[in-house]
Design a protein around this ligand. Structure first.
Ligand code: SF4
Length: 178
């Protein structure tokens, strides 16, 4: 008659948990996003309010703004981007290590906003891929937080091999980024 051995503590009953590496990595990444504020005009002021004590972006694990692209994984573009600034923005994006995400905060970053002129980039997605667009002129801090939470959802659900996939490389290739 075969006998069953006792399960070691922690593998069954109270305290038992099971997950996949993908979910564990997603959870860690989601709650430790380091934003790089690329603020060129008024929407940047809303970001300052979002970081300050009342709205407190630190609650989402993002209390460490990075002004170095190499130590950031979320590019937050806030404000009007002139066409002359486009190559600079692209360079900043290229200097960020994978995995990296981008939010266009406000009408100007998303579409050029009210500045439909020869000198203004009509949306940063003309030079870099964008993950989340936050509408408004300017968006309130609650909207910026909502945009960050949308990024968190993307980060949490991202498959581990996505950055090495042909699909992702094809998206970057559209922007001339290798
Ligand atoms: S969207 Fe409005 S508030 Fe934001 S940078 Fe443009 S003009 Fe300023």
């Amino acid at each position: 008659m075969p006998t069953m051995t006792e399960s070691p503590p922690g593998v069954s009953g109270q305290g038992f948990f099971l997950t996949s590496l993908e979910k564990a990595v997603g959870l860690a990444r989601k709650n430790s996003i380091w934003p790089l504020p690329f603020a060129t005009s008024c929407c940047g002021i809303e970001f300052m309010a979002t970081m300050a004590s009342h709205y407190d972006l630190a609650r989402f694990g993002s209390e460490r703004p990075s002004f170095s692209p190499r130590q950031a994984d979320l590019l937050m573009v806030m404000g009007t981007v002139a066409k002359k600034l486009g190559p600079v923005l692209k360079k900043v994006y290229e200097q960020m290590a994978e995995p990296r995400w981008v939010i266009a905060v406000g009408a100007c970053a998303s579409s050029g906003g009210i500045f439909d002129t020869y000198s203004v980039l009509q949306g940063i997605d003309k030079v870099i891929p964008v993950d989340v667009y936050v509408p408004g002129c300017p968006p309130r801090p609650e909207q910026i937080i909502d945009g960050l939470m949308k990024i968190q959802e993307l980060v949490e659900k991202e498959p581990l091999g996505w950055r090495q996939s042909a699909q992702y490389k094809a998206i970057l290739a559209q922007y001339g980024i290798e």
